[in-house]
Design a protein around this ligand. Structure first.
Ligand SMILES: NC(=O)C1=CN([C@@H]2O[C@H](COP(=O)(O)OP(=O)(O)OC[C@H]3O[C@@H](n4cnc5c(N)ncnc54)[C@H](OP(=O)(O)O)[C@@H]3O)[C@@H](O)[C@H]2O)C=CC1
Ligand SMILES: N[C@@H](CC(=O)OP(=O)(O)O)C(=O)O
Length: 365
């Protein structure tokens, strides 16, 4: 690669934005140059604008960067713009960036359901990025400038859920019924204002607005098939796959846990040992492509009966790997298991970085 690609982060002061900063600070492909946040932060040094809440120190390289307004003009030299914007404001900002010809990889939910926007968990469905390749190729054929585009990262709980589903579907055919009950970390609720300590200490909150609907819908897009003309994804129908989610907030800092049960359409169902073997042997395409952040072990199958646990297992493969434990037969469906994923790494900023690494490896940025 000639030189490093120039990167910017929108929403750089928030929960996801801070994680982007950590992941991009010493990245071999990307050089972090531009940071954007609200007008409350713009004009200040990053170190003064940000209430840093990560357990790793703020990298020195970003401390003196002056935070910009989230305007495309300020980011015009960026090869890639990562967005960790508050979804209440992300819509028009990301649209302006795309229309200015910029490549945006977004954590916000605003464009996930658009037909021409790939919804990507990079360890699961990187082939959906063909939609971007097709746009660029079409513009080239028509003699038009390289178009801007948005790629969306999934909801954080959905990212953890689909990771084990993908190799299972590839090996054993469709899953026609799935239930998941989540135990979600407080970092998932963001920092402004975030979950108050008085609400979450000694407590569980059995409601996360919009989360269950997102999990039930996004799973069907991520596991859907790319259309033959590579313009959109054919969503799984509710007849093909029924998904039911119940979402809870728990007093964990990082790492979403999910108790899932699933049923395969084909009979006879595989054995527990076959399921474990398929999960263990799964190597994601991003790793085969040689991407820097891709997990060497995509799915860690844990045999101890009290694992996975957020504090012990969330950082496997630097937070890009997903842990699955307690795989056993289910008396109602076929199997049940416990899945753990790092919500701000593979569930958010890390997925963004890995998507960008794939785009760079494919010369799409
Ligand atoms: N946390 C997680 O695990 C996940 C979050 N997401 C999504 O990622 C996005 C960011 O979430 P999170 O980091 O948790 O949120 P935070 O509340 O922690 O951060 C929000 C960011 O948006 C900025 N912002 C707020 N208002 C404006 C505005 N009017 N114009 C420009 N920037 C603004 C804030 O800047 P300032 O500091 O100046 O106010 C801050 O940088 C959301 O869309 C969320 O749904 C997705 C998956 C997982
Ligand atoms: N709702 C998730 C985080 C999030 O913001 O998700 P989304 O990007 O789908 O809105 C959580 O609370 O843990």
């Amino acid at each position: 690669m000639a030189g490093k690609k120039i990167a910017g982060v929108l929403g750089a002061t928030g929960s996801v934005g801070q994680r982007f900063i950590l992941l991009l600070a010493n990245h071999p492909t990307f050089e972090l140059k531009v940071l954007g946040a609200s007008s409350r932060s713009a004009g200040k040094k990053y170190v003064d604008a940000t209430t840093w809440k990560q357990t790793d120190l703020m990298p020195e390289s970003v401390q003196d960067i002056i935070v910009s307004e989230c305007k495309a003009e300020a980011f015009k030299d960026c090869d890639i713009v990562f967005s960790g914007l508050d979804a209440d404001y992300a819509g028009p900002i990301e649209k302006e960036f795309k229309e200015a010809g910029l490549a945006v990889v977004s954590n916000a939910k605003n464009y996930r359901r658009e037909d021409d926007v790939p919804l990507v968990v990079p360890i699961v469905n990187p082939e959906h990025l063909d939609i971007v390749a097709n746009k660029i190729e079409t513009a080239k054929k028509e003699g038009k400038p390289r178009p801007g585009f948005i790629v969306c990262i999934s909801n954080c709980s959905t990212a953890g859920l689909v990771a084990p589903l993908k190799p299972l579907v590839d090996a054993f055919g469709p899953i026609d019924a799935l239930t998941t009950t989540t135990l979600q970390a407080i970092s998932g609720a963001g920092f402004s204002p975030g979950v108050p300590g008085i609400d979450i200490l000694d407590n569980i909150i059995p409601y996360i607005g919009g989360e269950e609907d997102k999990m039930e819908w996004e799973t069907k897009k991520i596991l859907g098939k790319l259309s033959d003309d590579k313009t959109h994804v054919q969503l799984l129908t509710s007849d093909e796959m029924k998904v039911s989610a119940q979402c809870n907030r728990v007093a964990v800092s990082d790492g979403h846990t999910e108790c899932i049960s699933l049923r395969f359409k084909n009979r006879p169902a595989p054995s527990v040992e076959q399921v474990k073997k398929v999960l263990r042997n799964y190597i994601c395409d991003a790793y085969k492509l040689g991407c820097h952040s891709a997990p060497r072990q995509t799915i860690h199958v844990l045999e101890q009966n009290d694992r996975p646990q957020p504090r012990l297992d969330r950082n496997r493969d630097a937070g890009y790997g997903v842990s699955v434990g307690r795989i056993r037969e289910d008396p109602l469906l076929d199997f049940k298991m416990v899945v753990l994923s790092h919500n701000t790494i593979i569930g958010a900023a890390g997925s963004g970085v890995l998507i960008a690494e794939i785009l760079a490896a494919r010369n799409l940025i």
